[in-house]
Write a protein that binds this ligand. Sequence first.
Ligand code: ADP
Length: 472
Amino acid sequence: MISPRWRHIRTKLTLWHMLMLGVILLIYSASASALLLRHLRTQLVRHAIQDLETVEGLFYFTSTGRLGFHEDYHNHPESREVLERLLEVRSPDGEVLFRNTLLGNRSLGDQILPQEGSGGYSPREKILADGTKVQIVSRRHLIAGQPTLIRVAYSEAPIWQHFREELMVLIIPLPFVLAIAGVAGSFLAKRALQPMQQMARRAEEITGDRLHSRLPINEADGELADLARVFNGMLGRLEQSFEQLRRFTSDASHELRTPLTAIRSVGEVGLRKEVTPAEYRDIIGSMLEESNRLTRLVDSLLTISRADAGQLVLQPSTFPAIHLVRDCASLFEVLLEERGQHFVVQGDETLQVYGDWLLLRQALLNVIHNAIKYSPNGGEIVVTLGHLGLDRISISIEDSGPGIPLQDQEKVFDRFYRVDGARSRETGGTGLGLSITKWAVESNGGSISTVNVEGAGCIFRIELPGQAKAIS
Ligand code: ADP
């Protein structure tokens, strides 16, 4: 299924890129503009202070006692500052002594504020009656020996005009910048994601029978190369599992076919010719023997498939190791007697095992059965119990058989592996016993290995969780 375009990583990356850039540019523009506004205001106040100093010297009282102002005194009468200056002079009791033409009837503050203009220049903001926002600077001053309060004000309108213009300069190109960033971002995202698309295309080609294919790894792709490596590792493991499964299925069918063929051919021979009742009994006997083998094989296959599916739930408990060994030996009493073999148990009989009784019993049965099968008549099987440290015990099963060749010692735990196929079948073996044993021991937290002296019998050593003294 192809995901909608807006869900593509490339689209998301591009949109995020544009959004982040947009936010950054907006924050930048807003802070730059705020700084500019502050700077312009400070300048306006500074200018007003300077102007106030000039203005102070230009007042005079006329012969009629009215306050006059030398407007013409200024060097540049038409300069913008002079033209935009708002000027008001009040007596200490608040009476208006002078207002310049530009200020007209408007007031720069009806009341004289406490401390206004005394001890230096007092700057403040004010919105006049007509809505004009101004910066005012006041100072108390003696004109011809008479105390007055002089207020000089400048409208903030030009500052705001300047501010708006600057803001426009910053904001108008924003959509274009974002569009360029979007195109560039999309291009970069496309390039960065190209190896991923290649990987996806290659992965699409990998099917159950093409599991040997691997994704291309280009070290220059950094994290994507790591991802490809991880995928390839996973493919390797899958390939191995598929191969094991394939081998297992073919081995299992082969194993199942052997007794079935035997049953069929024995039956066919029996039907083809006239046979005596004794011969019939023989035929039925060998058919039963083969069907027993078939049953054992199917049971083992069932155990293995349950184990593989993780369906077996362990029920661990603590029990004496000697009980486990004796219980297994009792099942082989008749066989041991038939073959004149001796079964000896030695070592620490107080050892306690911690594990699932049934599973460990199955494991030990397989090993002891092998020891009996492969030991000659009259041979000896010795089981030794020992402990390793505080929380592990060992059960060693030693026989007097031919032993296992060195190169086969690890492989005997593989499914369907037999050192000597013909001999194993002869003794009714399925080639699955030791693989089940290994699984059973390991699922109980233990391990199994062979300690082998080639040609002089072999020792299977099982290590399990447990302890030396009985738990009270
Ligand atoms: P099987 O049912 O054929 O005995 P196992 O999985 O139990 O299968 O054993 C695998 C192979 O390991 C056997 O076919 C045999 O060749 C070898 N083997 C196992 N136990 C012994 C032993 N005690 N002595 C010699 N060979 C053994």
